[in-house]
Design a protein around this ligand. Structure first.
Ligand SMILES: Cc1cc2nc3c(=O)[nH]c(=O)nc-3n(C[C@H](O)[C@H](O)[C@H](O)COP(=O)(O)O)c2cc1C
Length: 253
């Protein structure tokens, strides 16, 4: 049933499928159907993201005085469906996660929210937040329909960072904007742009052109980011190999 719904992008077709299922006495999960028709992906445990890729989102927490805090953080999902967050120990997010053991992963592509929550947190006044109905944590208002609710179940520490393993309490994601940002994608785009320039300048000005050297350094820099934030079986690392082969074919080294 769910497979049919998720494959069908046409809501009229969905309603037709549901009518057929009712007629044939096939059991329907009405909760999922409502979520589908309202355009919201909801689940208690499953996340529609790839495991072991670091995505970027804005983590919101309360401090001990229940004042809201927001900060961009990378998060990843393990094969066991736990969410991992790795805040530096001096961050407020680290302290709040230790105290409250609850947080919200706000999924957004809004640059304004990323800038404010990284460097200008004072601008994120109380009106930017609503309180979660299920845990003691704030949600960014604009992410009301696009967030993941988490409870910390285990904390392991490194020297500089805490590593929080979190259980997924609830997933609420809009179907239209379901994918969070990953640095792998922006680095891949940068590599593609630089590669076209490397090919062009190698052919027009030769391999010793300083521009070619500089572009190759940038490609190397972004390749390292991809290697760091994705696992070796990911499509991103496959693309990296293909791009490197292509550069070799085109410029000869
Ligand atoms: C895209 C992005 C990802 C980030 N990821 C992390 C991270 O995983 N861990 C971390 O400690 N800081 C990370 N930072 C930096 C923090 O967001 C930043 O230091 C913030 O001011 C911490 O706020 P806080 O003290 O309120 O927790 C990231 C910043 C950006 C822009």
């Amino acid at each position: 049933m769910l497979v049919l719904l998720h494959k069908s992008s046409d809501r009229l077709l969905t309603v037709t499928i549901i009518s057929l299922l009712i007629k044939n006495n096939i059991q329907i999960n009405y909760y999922e159907v409502i979520c589908y028709l309202t355009g919201i992906y909801m689940s208690n445990t499953n996340l529609p993201f790839q495991s072991e890729i670091i995505y970027e989102a804005i983590i919101t927490t309360y401090n001990q005085q229940n004042q809201p805090n927001a900060a961009p953080m990378g998060f990843s999902i393990t094969k066991e469906k736990q969410v991992i967050i790795r805040p530096f120990k001096e961050s407020d997010t680290y302290k709040n996660l230790q105290d409250q053991k609850k947080c919200i992963v706000n999924i957004t592509n809004d640059p304004d929210l990323f800038v404010k929550s990284t460097l200008f947190q004072d601008l994120l006044t109380d009106e930017f937040y609503i309180k979660s109905k299920i845990i003691n944590a704030p949600i960014l208002k604009t992410c009301k329909g696009n967030h993941i609710t988490l409870k910390v179940i285990k904390e392991k520490g490194e020297e500089e960072r805490g590593i929080f393993h979190c259980e997924i309490i609830k997933v609420e994601l809009s179907r239209e904007n379901i994918q969070p940002h990953t640095r792998a994608f922006s680095s891949l785009i940068e590599i593609l742009i630089h590669t076209t320039r490397v090919i062009h300048f190698s052919k027009t000005s030769g391999l010793s052109d300083p521009k070619v050297k500089q572009l190759r350094e940038l490609i190397e820099h972004h390749s390292q980011i991809i290697t760091r934030v994705t696992n070796k079986d990911s499509q991103f690392q496959e693309y990296l190999e293909k791009i490197q082969e292509k550069i070799f074919q085109e410029v000869g080294e």
